[in-house]
Ligand binder design. Structure first.
Ligand code: HEM
Length: 445
């Protein structure tokens, strides 16, 4: 007899048979499929993961808050992150759990406090300035590759403020992209694993991951032997000491954390900025209002510009780079009328929550003003662009500063017009636009 069925009250959803039947629909367009299912089941539903395991997907803000914040101690990142992704990207913050994660988070967190980040602002601004000098202009330009390259190079320069040859930068970028692609296919097409022994695909990727790690360990070693003063993130990581032992991280640990910061920080920011430029191109009023609000202010002042913050927030509401996340319950748990066994996977579906018509007025409209004034606090309850609770994005202040500086400098230089082409959403690990075609001109031209 299956006692589990009697004991737990899982949300309605799909049986194993239905899940199997619908798996292609899901894989073809996960956002469309999950959104439709959310409508059908009222914002939370379950699906079967094999015979004895369940998955719960939710866009209920209280449930999400419960998992990520109120009862976070009962939730870990799943094996997908901590066993599989770890093999390629190492055991940094994003892919670790438990005591190890907590110790690392406590050690690294101070480097990301706003005051500490100020030391990086000049590096970020310099990188953007240099980059915009060669930003492509003309008609129907796909800005995505440029914005992606920019956010990658900003992160690399903020992590270690050294001049890497463009060849190494390119090589690093390529390895990251290839490993990410491999991981996505590995997750979405589990049967592929059966062929790895014959195709050698996994071994090739492992070698690339090893190379990536060696490059980073090499950078850490070089820095340790360098007497110059630096004010980059690597310097902060090298100086950080564990509270309990007073010791610093090993070179391998630092390399792991550097890898994770790049992994977590570059696609997310590049995607958000690309969506944002697209939205600005189709919402002239907002672009004009921003330009006016920058008049007479310094670039540093843009960090306190309410309208700019609201515009970025609104872009992340409609196109959250982290469109979902995942947790696994350690022990049995319950939320409101639901109860579920330990080992259940929970998927907070941020994309659906951010577009929920019952929570947002004119949910699909781009309207930055909704994040200004009295309503903004109410909104934050239904809004998780950077996650929530103790595992909330460690780089959120960094990302907000980078995006603010970019928009400030970009709009001073360029005028953007839409081309009538709505970018397609590619919900990979992050929510990527397939391409963002814009007409771009110099303001003076
Ligand atoms: C627009 C840009 C960004 C977005 C939307 C974003 C979003 C997120 C979200 C939602 C999480 C939580 C995931 C979860 O709870 O499972 C997260 C975690 C994380 N983010 Fe970001 N992120 C951004 C930029 C960055 C940047 C620039 C960095 C580093 C410089 C970074 C580093 C991290 C790390 C290390 C974690 C894991 C934290 C932990 O588990 O303790 N992120 N990010």
């Amino acid at each position: 007899m299956d006692t589990k069925k009697k004991k737990y009250t899982l949300p309605d959803g799909y049986s194993l048979f239905q899940t199997t039947l619908k798996s292609n629909d899901f894989l073809n367009n996960p956002i469309k499929f999950i959104s439709k299912s959310m409508d059908a089941f009222g914002g939370t539903y379950s699906a079967a993961l094999g015979i004895n395991r369940k998955l719960i997907l939710t866009q209920n803000p209280d449930f999400i808050n419960y998992i990520l914040k109120e009862n976070h101690k009962n939730y870990n990142k799943s094996a997908l992150a901590t066993e599989r992704a770890v093999q390629f990207f190492g055991k940094g913050l994003l892919f670790s759990n438990g005591d190890y994660w907590l110790r690392q988070r406590r050690l690294i967190q101070p480097a990301f406090h706003r005051e500490k980040l100020q030391g990086l602002y000049d590096i970020i601004i310099r990188s953007i300035d240099e980059f915009l000098l060669q930003f492509p202009i003309g008609e129907s330009i796909n800005i995505y590759p440029s914005v992606h390259q920019l956010s990658f190079s900003i992160l690399i320069k903020s992590l270690f403020d050294i001049k890497l040859s463009s060849q190494i930068m390119e090589e690093l970028g390529l390895i990251f992209t290839e490993l990410q692609d491999f991981l996505i296919k590995d997750i979405n097409q589990p049967l592929r694993k059966l062929f790895y022994p014959f195709t050698g695909t996994e071994n090739i990727q492992r070698k690339k991951a090893k190379k990536l790690r060696e490059i980073f360990i090499g950078i850490v070693n070089e820095r340790k032997a360098d007497d110059n003063n630096y004010s980059d993130l690597l310097d902060m990581l090298l100086k950080s000491k564990y509270e309990d032992t007073g010791e610093a991280m090993t070179n391998e640990q630092i390399a792991d954390e550097l890898l994770i910061l790049i992994f977590a920080g570059h696609d997310t920011t590049a995607n958000t900025l690309s969506w944002l430029l697209y939205l600005l191109s189709t919402n002239n009023d907002t672009a004009q209002k921003l330009t006016d609000s920058f008049d007479g202010s310094t670039i540093y002042e843009c960090l306190n510009n309410e309208y700019l913050k609201a515009t970025i927030n609104e872009a992340m509401r409609l196109y959250p780079a982290a469109w979902m996340t995942e947790r696994v319950a350690i022990e049995d748990d319950e939320f409101e009328d639901f109860s579920f066994p330990g080992n259940t996977i929970i998927i907070p579906f941020f994309f659906g929550l951010h577009r929920d018509k019952t929570l947002w007025n004119e949910a699909l409209k781009f309207y930055p003003e909704r994040f200004i004034g009295d309503t903004k606090t109410a909104k934050s309850k239904n809004y998780f662009p950077f996650g929530a609770g103790p595992r909330m994005c460690i780089g959120n202040n960094f990302a907000m500063a980078e995006m603010s500086f970019f928009i400030f400098l970009f709009l001073k230089k360029f005028q953007i017009k839409p081309t009538g082409q709505l970018p397609d959403m590619r919900p990979l690990i992050t929510l990527k636009p397939d391409r963002v075609l814009l007409d771009i001109q110099h303001i003076s031209g």
